[in-house]
Structure formats: structure tokens, C-alpha cells
Design a binder for this molecule. Structure first.
Ligand SMILES: *[C@@H]1O[C@H](CO)[C@@H](O)[C@H](O)[C@H]1NC(C)=O
Ligand SMILES: *[C@@H]1O[C@H](CO)[C@@H](O)[C@H](O)[C@H]1NC(C)=O
Ligand SMILES: *[C@@H]1O[C@H](CO)[C@@H](O)[C@H](O)[C@H]1NC(C)=O
Ligand SMILES: *[C@@H]1O[C@H](CO)[C@@H](O)[C@H](O)[C@H]1NC(C)=O
Ligand SMILES: *[C@@H]1O[C@H](CO)[C@@H](O)[C@H](O)[C@H]1NC(C)=O
Length: 431
């Protein structure tokens, strides 16, 4: 009996070894690739003359351009350039190689970037691309968002663009009680694709203006509403950050990062203010109700992260990733555990990873992210003529996919094997 138990254990361990080695020969979780880097952002201009003209008339001011949002689709990397300041020629782009260096090509076109044309796109902080290849774009409708003296030009809106068909399939202008036409700061977006019918999908958007709020968009009804709660506001200890030994006091930026749980029966939205260490969650069943007035009793506080973070994301396996802004690091956390203070580093303290800003997945197991030294940009410390790159696009192998896909079952298989080994080991110990 004991001998049988022992040999069975050996067989199982060998099977595990083989599983492990076939993965190890391939890619190891944590393998990191620096995909693109820039000292100064530049575009795919029609000609050198056009570029010079834009520099001369101020419509291109390199110092005011910084990459922010990132998504990938069909091998293309899409990046946003927020129009925080003037001189940003294109706010939504894809990366193309030109003359051996990466440049940003306006997406879908130059025409769509026209400043002051309220049918075009004015200011994009983030976007998301659904499984059908539709890009959901949040447009703040105005320029120079940090300057309260400038009048709003256009109303904030959500645009849905079909990448394959090359057409805009939906434009929703937010009523001003949902996203104010004078103060809105639509920051980040996730798409709830849990319904079988894609017409019944929802979007949840963080609005980082004033006290903050979550904007909910119902695609089928083409209707939006706003949910607020004090957990979406800045925390007293959240504004101070020490990055690379330098102390910064940030504005009290409320809810910023949003992430959605993977497709399942119970769906949850996770969110965190930029000026806070805390992470919170709300069930989407509640968020979806257009008349919900009090979400207070449903908000769950999940404890403190290792640092404040900007964008956050969850994989199809339920792992939440966030950039630890004070640590130049990326952290991960298993959302099935109770408290985010048990999160651990995926990438530790790399000075090239200052301000991990936004995340994305591709279909090959990579987590992508942008690091952009935003603290230096905001406090006018960025040097775009020195030797040091300022903006980087990274990918790190994690063997997972976007929250918009179902769990692969690979984790379940590994857990299954683990359990079997544990049971056999117990039997082995008993006999
Ligand atoms: C950068 O943006 C600021 C704020 O919009 C503006 O005052 C400044 O002139 C811009 N810089 C350049 C070089 O155009
Ligand atoms: C505004 O932008 C839209 C989208 O690019 C374009 O179709 C339209 O012609 C533009 N309108 C004007 C007045 O330029
Ligand atoms: C902004 O919203 C206010 C209040 O709802 C409304 O009166 C005003 O017309 C709107 N302005 C624009 C430019 O849409
Ligand atoms: C930064 O702030 C911390 C805590 O308030 C303080 O101890 C430290 O001396 C400050 N560092 C600098 C460089 O000002
Ligand atoms: C940027 O760095 C270069 C090289 O170190 C230096 O000559 C230049 O003065 C710096 N510019 C700014 C604005 O700090």
C-alpha cells in the first residue's frame, strides 16, 4: 500500500515536472519586453512641411504631448495623447514604424482630430476595444482640462468605432447631469460583455472631475446615468507621493482607475481614486439600474494597495494589476482573496517604469502597459531634449487574457493537479 502510494506520487510529480518544463521552455511569467520608447512624442505627418507648419503655428508643441491610454487589437497598438495642454495634434492614435522609428498615426484619421469640431474627437484619455473589434472611445469634448478658465468647447461623449468595418457605429452625447459639459474628466473605461447579446453590453466610465463619479452607459437603450459615493473621492493621505526621492503634492483627484471582474455570473466593478491608497468594489447589477440612488451599503472596501495607482486592470483569471506609482513598479493581486494589502510585485522598482499609467492585454498572454513619467509632465520637470527616454510601452508575459474573455481553465487544471498531489501525499503519509 505504501509502495503503491509512493510510486503513484512519483508518477504524478513527473507528470507535473513535464507540464512545468514544457511551459518553462516557452515563456516564463514576468518576462518583460520594452516594445517602444520615446524621448519626445512625434506623429506620422503627411510631409516634413506639414510638421514644420504645425510647429510654427503652435498646433504641435512637443513638450505638451504625453502618451496615456493603451489598447491592442489585431497586432496594432493604440495609444491616446490627452489634450491636457495645447499643441496636441492628435489625441487618438496607433503606433506605426516610419524611417525605423515608432511614430503615432492619428486614428481613425487626421480629420477626426479636428480641434473645435464637435462632431470630431476632441480629447481622449482612454479607450477600450471589445471582442468584436469595436473601440469604445471616451471624449471629454474640450481642451486644456487643467485650465478652469477656458470655456468648454463641445459636450463629453462616447463614440464606438468598428475597427474592421472602419465606421463609427454609435455616438452618445452625455446629458450634462451625467457628465458635465463644463467640468467632465472622463478618465477610464471598461466594457461589461457578460450578456450573450452584444446589444446588451454596458460601459462603466470613471469621471475624475470634482468629487468624482462612475458614469454607466447602457448600449441597448443608448442611455447613461451617474453614480456617486464618498469612496469615489480623494483621501486625506492620498495626495502626497514620493517618487525617485522627490516629494509631490497632487491635486485631490477622485476616482480614476476602473477594472471589471472576468465574465461570470456575478460581475463586479473595482475602482480607486488617484489620490487614495484604497480599492473599492460595487456589484454591476446595482450599477446597471438607472434609478439607483444609494449604493452606500453595497460598496465594499478592499483595503490598501502598496501605493496610489493610476489605471488598473483585471485578467480573465481574476488577477488585478496596478501600477504602484511611488515604487516605479507593477503589482498583482488575486481578486478572490479578501484584502488588496496582500498584493505582491510583478515588476519591482525599475526607474524606467516611472508612472505605469494604463494597461491592456493581447491574445498571446501579454499584459501591456504605458509608463510616462506623468509626475514630471504635470510639474513641468520633463526634459524632452535630454538623453533619457520619457515614454515607454512595455509588455510582460503573464499567460492571461483580458477580463472580456472567460477563464481559460488552465489555472483550474493546475489547481486540480495540485489537489491530487496533496491528496496522494496525505495518503502516502498515512500508510
Ligand atoms: C503648452 O501648453 C500650455 C498650456 O496649454 C501653453 O500655455 C503653452 O504655450 C504650450 N507650450 C507650447 C510650446 O506651445
Ligand atoms: C467635423 O468632423 C467630422 C468627423 O471627422 C467630419 O465628418 C465633418 O466634416 C467635420 N465638420 C467640419 C465642419 O469640418
Ligand atoms: C451645458 O449644460 C447646461 C445645463 O444643462 C445647458 O444649459 C447648456 O446649454 C449646455 N451647453 C452646451 C454647450 O451644451
Ligand atoms: C519628503 O517628505 C517626507 C515626509 O513628509 C520627509 O521626511 C522628507 O524629508 C521629504 N523629502 C524631501 C526631499 O523633501
Ligand atoms: C535637458 O537635458 C539636456 C542634456 O542633459 C540639457 O542640456 C538641457 O539643458 C536639459 N533641458 C532642460 C529643459 O532641462
Amino acid at each position: 500500500m505504501a509502495a503503491m502510494g509512493r510510486s503513484l506520487t512519483l508518477v504524478l510529480l513527473c507528470a507535473l515536472c513535464m507540464l512545468g518544463s514544457s511551459e518553462a521552455a516557452d515563456l516564463i511569467s514576468g518576462d518583460t519586453v520594452l516594445v517602444y520608447e520615446w524621448t519626445s512624442i512625434d506623429y506620422d505627418w503627411d510631409s516634413d512641411d506639414t510638421r514644420q507648419l504645425a510647429l510654427d503655428d503652435g498646433s504641435f508643441a512637443p513638450i505638451n504631448n504625453s502618451i496615456n491610454g493603451i489598447k491592442t487589437y489585431g497586432g496594432t497598438v493604440y495609444l491616446t495623447v490627452p489634450r491636457w495642454r495645447s499643441g496636441v495634434p492628435a489625441t487618438l492614435t496607433s503606433v506605426v514604424m516610419k524611417g525605423g522609428r515608432p511614430v503615432l498615426r492619428p486614428f481613425p484619421s487626421w480629420e477626426w482630430q479636428e480641434v473645435g469640431n464637435c462632431s470630431a474627437i476632441q480629447y481622449v484619455q482612454s479607450m477600450e476595444i471589445d471582442r468584436l473589434g469595436r473601440m469604445w472611445i471616451i471624449d471629454n469634448g474640450r481642451l486644456n482640462i487643467f485650465d478652469p478658465n477656458l470655456p468648454q468647447v463641445c459636450s463629453p461623449k462616447l463614440l464606438v468605432y468598428d475597427i474592421k468595418k472602419k465606421e463609427m457605429v454609435r455616438v452618445h452625447t452625455f446629458p450634462s447631469d451625467v457628465a458635465s459639459n463644463s467640468t467632465a474628466f472622463l478618465n477610464d473605461i471598461v466594457i461589461d460583455t457578460s450578456a450573450d447579446d452584444s446589444d446588451e453590453w454596458f460601459a462603466y466610465i470613471s469621471d475624475s472631475s470634482l468629487a468624482g463619479g462612475i458614469v454607466v452607459y447602457d448600449y441597448k437603450q443608448d442611455r447613461s446615468h451617474r453614480v456617486t459615493h464618498r469612496s469615489m473621492t480623494a483621501a486625506p493621505d492620498g495626495r502626497q507621493m514620493t517618487i525617485n526621492g522627490r516629494n509631490y503634492t497632487f491635486p485631490p483627484v477622485p476616482v480614476n482607475g476602473v477594472a471589471l471582474s472576468p465574465i461570470g455570473k456575478i460581475m463586479k466593478l473595482y475602482y480607486c481614486p488617484l489620490a487614495s491608497y484604497n480599492l473599492y468594489t460595487l456589484p454591476t447589477s446595482l450599477l446597471k439600474q438607472p434609478t439607483v440612488s444609494d449604493v452606500g451599503t453595497s460598496v465594499e472596501e478592499l483595503g490598501r494597495k502598496a501605493s496610489q495607482s493610476d489605471g488598473i486592470v483585471i485578467s480573465n483569471e481574476g488577477t488585478l494589476y496596478y501600477g504602484a506609482l511611488q515604487l516605479n513598479a507593477v503589482y498583482k493581486w488575486d481578486t478572490s482573496s479578501q484584502d488588496v494589502s496582500s498584493s505582491s510585485p510583478l515588476l519591482i522598482s525599475d526607474v524606467r517604469m516611472q508612472w505605469p499609467n494604463a494597461f491592456a492585454f493581447d491574445s498571446e498572454g501579454y499584459l501591456w502597459f504605458v509608463s510616462n513619467k506623468l509626475q514630471q509632465f504635470l510639474f513641468n520637470e520633463l526634459n524632452i531634449t535630454g538623453p533619457e527616454p520619457n515614454f515607454r510601452v512595455w509588455k510582460v508575459y503573464v499567460g492571461e487574457n483580458s477580463y472580456m474573455y472567460k477563464a481559460s481553465g488552465a489555472v483550474g487544471l493546475r489547481v486540480g493537479w495540485g489537489l491530487l498531489v496533496a491528496v496522494v501525499s496525505v495518503l502516502y503519509a498515512l500508510v
